[in-house]
Design a protein around this ligand. Structure first.
Ligand SMILES: Cc1cc2nc3c(=O)[nH]c(=O)nc-3n(C[C@H](O)[C@H](O)[C@H](O)COP(=O)(O)OP(=O)(O)OC[C@H]3O[C@@H](n4cnc5c(N)ncnc54)[C@H](O)[C@@H]3O)c2cc1C
Length: 464
């Protein structure tokens, strides 16, 4: 860059700085290298600037600035996004991590959370009242990105997706206007953001319904890999028949070599169930017992615990900065052939952190139809995630290859598209397949609110 351009760029950023309460970090600043990092260590991008917004006014100023300067805009809340859309080369990053306001309304049984809250921030407050918003299974994930993609987790069978519990959002649109959308106002926008990701604006606050979730019966159960066929076959029928307050997801994993697990199982490839049952412990134990009777688990840590504890159980095993390659699939039926294919790839898991989970999305998720929200998989029974993960950048190729091969192997047994929150940057055709029959309506809503595709650093819906 020549000196004149450099100086004029710096001056322009000074204009933005003067409008902000929050900090603006530029490439010349010593915090820049830390500030441009996101959770996935595979992502290495250099934005033009990063704004740590303190309030809605900072968000509006940043949106107006990026639009007027023709800068791409990346939105970052928890920074967990698989494809790393929270940071982009030459973009302005709106970072919401300092906007963590939360207000519970006990009378209405609702909670309003600002866009920068992590799941643990929300759970810290909701659990004080024995309540929860259904979200994901790691407490370090951002509520914003997770919810906007749908939001799948331990409470999905009981209470539905995160978006099914969303009552209202405040959103800053491409023209810099702040609007509130819900079932009565801006209904098309409210429909679109429930699954349509960050395509429509910057959401500064979310209003959720609260649900009961105090003490749960939760924790993992592991079996040796050679028992996988038996456990998985029993599980596929079990989870389609049990009441909605019973939840367990199936996983292939390698036992981490940490004190939490017995030494004789360390680094063994295994299969497992991770439980989260609401309600009466004794009654729930009858369901859990079915698996103990089927085959004695090699590890059985299932027991009563606060929901909040279950939510953060595995956080330490996946610190920020590891290499992650993601693939996602929706599954309607787990045939015998599909089970065999899954076992084949599980045996090849390339690193101790690589894993695959089958999250049930039946139960309460099926109460809505594909047309009710932008999230288009109400007929799926599982959302499967395949993640090649390693702390070592040297392993980037092998974890990527394993995840891709696995996904191709199960392709004949899965539905079209995938969950936007479990995807890398896989292009327009994948996005279209993912939204299926909802894509055209999403493109129209996009045209109405963001005709220039200003919000394009995401699983992008093109205005039409
Ligand atoms: C360890 C781990 C565990 C996970 N577990 C689950 C799980 O159990 N269930 C599940 O459903 N998903 C899960 N995910 C996936 C997760 O939902 C996505 O990665 C999601 O994008 C993370 O949101 P974030 O706010 O942390 O990410 P960010 O990278 O900050 O944001 C992701 C994208 O969302 C959009 N966005 C974020 N904030 C806003 C906003 N305020 N306004 C408008 N758009 C916004 C932007 O397009 C942004 O690029 C997990 C991810 C990880 C890394």
């Amino acid at each position: 860059m020549d000196t004149i351009t450099h100086h004029s760029k710096t001056r322009i950023f000074e204009d933005l700085k003067s409008q902000l309460y929050g900090q603006l970090v530029l490439p010349k600043d010593k915090q820049f290298d830390e500030a441009r990092q996101v959770y996935n260590g595979m992502i290495d991008r250099r934005p033009a600037g990063i704004v740590y917004c303190k309030n809605v006014a900072d968000v509006i100023a940043s949106v107006n600035f990026a639009r007027d300067q023709d800068l791409a805009l990346a939105i970052r809340s928890g920074g967990h996004n698989a494809a790393g859309f929270g940071v982009w080369d030459e973009s302005l990053v709106i970072d919401l991590s300092q906007m963590k306001g939360i207000r519970v309304d006990n009378k209405q049984n609702t909670i309003r959370v600002e866009g920068g809250c992590l799941l643990k921030d929300v759970e810290h407050v909701t659990q004080a009242f024995g309540k929860a918003v259904p979200t994901g299974i790691f407490s370090t994930t951002g509520i914003a990105g997770l919810t906007l993609g749908g939001g799948i987790g331990h409470l999905s069978r009981a209470y539905g997706l995160s978006v099914d519990n969303l009552l209202e959002v405040d959103i800053v649109l491409a023209d810099g206007n702040l609007v509130t959308c819900n079932e009565k106002n801006f209904t098309d926008l409210f429909w679109a953001i429930r699954g349509g990701g960050g395509n429509f604006g910057v959401i500064t606050s979310f209003l959720f319904k609260l649900n009961d979730a105090g003490l749960v019966q939760g924790g993992p159960m592991f079996w040796h890999l050679e028992d996988s066929e038996e456990i998985m076959t029993y599980y596929r029928d079990f989870i389609l028949l049990v009441p909605n307050h019973i939840y367990c997801y199936f996983a292939f994993l390698t036992v981490p070599p940490v004190d939490l697990f017995p030494e004789n199982l360390h680094l063994k490839k295994m299969c497992g169930l991770l439980w989260c049952n609401l309600g009466d412990l004794e009654e729930n134990d009858r369901y859990v017992q079915q698996f103990r009777d089927l085959k004695t688990p090699a590890l059985d840590y299932v027991g009563p615990m606060p929901y909040r504890q279950l939510q953060s159980l595995f956080d330490p095993l996946y610190p920020a900065g590891m290499q992650w390659y993601w693939k996602g699939a929706f599954i309607k039926e787990l045939s015998d052939e599909a089970i065999q294919e899954n076992i084949k790839h599980a045996e090849l898991m390339p690193t101790a952190n690589s894993t695959t989970h089958f999250y049930p999305v039946n139960g309460a998720c099926h109460k809505k139809s594909n047309k009710d929200t932008a999230w288009a998989y109400r007929d799926a029974n599982w959302s499967q995630v395949i993640v090649g993960v390693s702390p070592d950048p040297e392993n980037k190729e092998i974890i990527t290859e394993w995840a891709k091969n696995y996904w191709h192997g199960i392709r004949p047994y899965s539905m079209e598209g995938g969950y936007v929150n479990f995807m890398m940057d896989e292009g327009l055709e994948k996005v279209k397949a993912t939204y299926g029959e909802n894509y055209d309506k999403l493109a129209k809503v996009k045209m109405k609110y963001d005709p220039d595709n200003f919000f394009r650093i995401n699983q992008n819906i093109k205005p039409a």
